[in-house]
Design a protein around this ligand. Sequence first.
Ligand SMILES: [Zn+2]
Length: 270
Amino acid sequence: MFVTHRAENGVVYVTSDILKSKHAFSTRIGGVSQAEHTSEFNLAFNRGDCEETVKENLRLFGAAVGFAPESVVSLPQIHSANIIDVNVSMCGEGYFKEPHISCDGYVTSECGAVVGVKTADCVPILLEAHNANMEIVAVSAVHAGWRGTLAGIARKAVLNLLDKGVGLSEIKAAIGPSIGSCCFEVGSEVVETVSKNWGEKYTDMFVVVKQNGFYIDLKGVNRQIIADCGVPLENIDVSTECTFCLGEKYYSHRRMKGVRGTMLSVIAKD
Ligand SMILES: [Zn+2]
């Protein structure tokens, strides 16, 4: 189940009770961004806020959730299925240090690193893997737009966690606020790619045909990809919130026609 929190400093963020690790999905509420399109809590550079504003928002997010802003690793995203293994020497890359690589997902088994993905309609997925003693072994954050989703980035995240020596039933996933099938219209080429990459089961389950075109449930596709890896369905929590519908709470790339701020979803092993 997803829960919305309002911290004492005004920051509003969302968590999932399926995850035991420190984690949060940000909203657009509670920061210091002044521009109409970035107001109030933009967490990305190059969206119209000065660098200091974005860093101050990250500090506020960290204070609200309980992580050090300098520990965050969030690199340029390229709608790929590339996931990198993060160690603590990378802390700060993307906000306080120059990024050395681009990617769309992270896995880390090191304490001290906070991995984060930036979204505004795309699907943020946070995962964790624990051992038989319920100790967290590794965590993962994934940016899954339709390209990354269809390229199987969620599957890669699960495989990366399995590499850490855990079992499938020891993996938990929270699929965060993102554009819903109510609003995510796609072209026929996307539907064809769903069918080609993942089979007709996926188009039957997750593509809705309306009078004016095709709509896709990207959160559902990602949940199914993770489940088809063998992760039990009860280990996967899915947000019901649509970023396009909830304009007061979330930035939406589509609704705001690209002129928008960016949310950040973070998770840490410790
Ligand atoms: Zn919607």
